[in-house]
Design a protein around this ligand. Structure first.
Ligand code: ZN
Ligand code: ZN
Length: 354
């Protein structure tokens, strides 16, 4: 499998092998959805050790690895490492301390290397999306756009935030989404000032803004979108804040392309919001990378030192939050190219008034 070969070609010289059992990395390299499984990659071979619940599926799905039925895991690992003359094995920095200690204890013949290097190599590889990954994310976003169209027809004053969140998810799954890419945020009226608020029993009222931040899963890949809509005429102040956020979203998007620093993109949106007098009301970063996980690196934030590269999928999500009053966030997901970026989000972002 090409992904495994690429990882081997970037493996630090002092590692003879790597062990991968984090759920997202395992899915990325073995191509198999499972809650268990251990991937061992040496310089000349790859093994996927998996228990009986998954063995039949693994034999059909996993390519480029020898699939082994899990028995006594540590004994199996020791045997593989001995066979390939492995003296030093690298592990992911996301492992628990307990599992790290167990490995060290149960594999006394090899040195277990735990540092940041393997995680960084994998994160760099996962950052640049392959065409098939882009296709899955486009599909996830298509479910998301269709669910948004549906919910705009569904929402009525008097419905609660919870009812709206549930309908969004139910509809998305009905049309094919594998699931929600994270717990949906539906916040209305004064709850809108909570950027990551949970849906409550609050009924939406005329004059409210409703912010909906949601996404779907397709082939394990996430989509992420936010829209803020009005129920009835929102009034001058809300309209003007909405326009400021939209302006920030559009200006950042126009600047995204390979070669520009992530920090700079964040600054473009932040300057617009600050100039309008709401700099203090935009507390989070402008965006993040999306893939198998909803929040991946790099980030559009004031502290991110990374440079945009072609093949990244990033969100552009400025917001203004007025404590105890209301909030606005508009989030699109883009694919970065050499010349600019392609907006993967098709939903209208001009203010929708129901
Ligand atoms: Zn979001
Ligand atoms: Zn996001």
């Amino acid at each position: 499998m090409e992904r495994i070969q690429k990882l081997v070609s970037h493996m630090p010289e002092d590692m003879d092998a790597v062990l991968i059992d984090g759920p997202y990395n395992r899915l990325y390299y073995a191509g198999m959805h499972s809650t268990a499984g251990t991937l061992v990659i040496t310089r000349d071979a790859a093994y996927f050790i998996i228990d009986s619940r998954y063995i039949e599926a693994a034999k059909k799905t996993v390519k480029g690895c020898e699939v082994i039925l899990q028995g006594k895991l540590y004994e199996q690992l020791a045997e593989i490492l001995k066979k390939h003359g492995v003296k030093r094995i690298g592990i992911e920095d996301t492992k628990t301390v307990d599992s790290y200690l167990s490995l060290k204890e149960k594999l006394p013949e090899v040195e277990v290397i735990l540092d940041r290097r393997l995680g960084e190599i994998i994160s760099r590889q996962r950052m640049i999306k392959e065409p098939c990954e882009l296709q899955s994310i486009r599909r996830a976003q298509d479910y998301t756009d269709r669910a948004f169209t549906h919910i705009c027809e569904f929402i009525q004053p008097g419905m609660t935030e919870k009812e709206i969140a549930l309908e969004l998810e139910f509809y998305a799954r009905k049309i094919g989404a594998e699931g929600a890419s994270f717990e949906y945020i539906v916040v209305s009226g004064p709850n809108g000032s909570l950027p990551h608020g949970h849906p409550t029993e609050r009924p939406v009222e005329k004059g409210d803004f409703i912010t909906m931040d949601f996404g779907c899963l397709a082939d394990g890949y996430c989509s992420d979108m936010t829209r803020t809509i009005a129920v009835g005429e929102p009034g001058e102040e809300k309209r003007s804040i909405y326009e400021t956020v939209l302006k920030a979203n559009r200006a950042a998007m126009a600047a995204i392309r390979a070669g520009v620093s992530c920090k700079e993109i964040d600054q473009i949106a932040r300057d617009i919001i600050t100039k309008a007098g709401y700099g203090e009301c935009f507390g989070h970063g402008l965006g993040h990378s999306v893939g198998l996980e909803i929040h991946e690196n790099p980030r559009f934030s004031p502290t991110c030192e990374d440079i945009c590269e072609a093949g990244l999928i990033m969100t552009d999500e400025p917001g203004i939050y007025l404590e105890g009053r209301f909030g606005v966030r508009i989030e699109d997901m883009v694919y970065v190219t050499e010349e600019g970026c392609i907006n993967l989000t098709k939903s209208d972002k001009n203010l929708i008034i129901l």
